[in-house]
Design a protein around this ligand. Structure first.
Ligand SMILES: Cc1cc2nc3c(=O)[nH]c(=O)nc-3n(C[C@H](O)[C@H](O)[C@H](O)COP(=O)(O)OP(=O)(O)OC[C@H]3O[C@@H](n4cnc5c(N)ncnc54)[C@H](O)[C@@H]3O)c2cc1C
Length: 267
């Protein structure tokens, strides 16, 4: 039986190109190119490496977003994923991380069985790193986040990962089915192939809405069901100019620093 991998991938604005509206202080999204979230490209690459080694592997990419998120699925399939599912519906719009993970977990449930779920650690726009762990919780499967190295035994059951920590890593053994979230140290994502692009654009791409997912639009998905409220969003005011203390000797520098700190009543 095929080894089934699900990759969760999000289309995000290319942040290098983001501009802030100077008056409204909000992101200017018009004309900003969208890209496959970086960590999600690493998640997909690791799934593709498993498929390279064990061809009887099936990779399904799931994304939730507006209709244009279909371009992301084409990109993922052109890289080598077998198929893609777009979760797109007005009723899903305005979902926070909790509601997003409800929708994605419902989609995974509908697919009926998997061995491994790969997500990115974090999306570069929302930046919460919550969606992967929330999906695992909702599906009741074990998870390891911050995966920087991955290997799977030929029994396709036992996985060993390096989980990155601030000052090193821990080695964790985990069994399928499970959820892993990838970071950029895991691998270097491959490019799309020309043949892959031709095949991908011809493929059927199911679009599932709230009804297909069987989720409650009042309580599980969408803005109203989302427990998070954004009260204000702003760009922090730039900090004042720093003071450079100059002096010829260490003692002179220390004395001047002391005088400055006393002046400011820090000490
Ligand atoms: C009140 C509220 C309203 C919102 N309304 C909207 C809205 O109308 N439109 C909108 O675009 N955003 C909206 N958002 C933002 C949206 O909730 C988040 O973008 C989304 O939940 C993902 O969170 P994140 O970006 O922090 O992802 P993270 O948790 O940082 O992502 C971790 C990983 O989870 C996976 N993942 C995350 N999101 C998706 C996805 N959509 N599809 C597939 N995989 C995914 C990826 O693998 C990703 O690397 C809203 C947020 C709030 C709080």
């Amino acid at each position: 039986m095929a080894f089934k991998i699900i990759v969760c991938a999000k289309q995000v604005p290319d942040t290098n190109e983001i501009k802030i509206d100077p008056i409204k202080k909000t992101l200017i999204r018009e004309g900003v190119p969208s890209i496959l979230n970086h960590d999600d490209a690493n998640a997909l690459e690791e799934a593709l490496k498993i498929k390279d080694q064990y061809p009887d592997t099936h990779i399904t990419v799931i994304t939730m977003g507006p209709p244009q998120a279909k371009d992301l699925l084409i990109e993922c399939m052109a890289m080598g994923a077998d198929d893609g599912i777009l979760l797109s519906d007005r009723a899903l719009g305005g979902s926070d991380t909790w509601a997003t993970s409800n929708a994605i977990a419902a989609a995974i449930g509908k697919l009926g069985g998997f061995d491994l779920i790969f997500a990115g650690r974090q999306a570069i726009d929302g930046d919460t790193a919550q969606v992967g762990p929330q999906i695992a919780e909702k599906l009741g499967i074990p998870q390891v986040t911050y995966v920087a190295d991955f290997s799977i035994d030929s029994d396709m059951k036992h996985i060993t990962v390096h989980r990155a920590l601030e000052d090193g890593y821990e080695i964790i053994k985990i069994e399928t089915p499970c959820m892993l979230t990838a970071i950029k140290e895991l691998n270097t994502p491959r490019h799309m192939s020309i043949g892959g692009i031709f095949d991908a654009v011809k493929k059927d791409m199911p679009v599932w809405g709230a009804k297909d997912l069987g989720v409650d639009t009042d309580r599980e998905v969408g803005l109203e069901a989302s427990p998070t409220n954004v009260y204000r969003s702003f760009t922090p005011a730039p900090k004042g100019k720093g003071i450079v203390i100059e002096g010829d000797t260490d003692k002179e520098l220390a004395d001047r620093l002391l005088i400055n700190l006393k002046k400011k009543h820090v000490i």
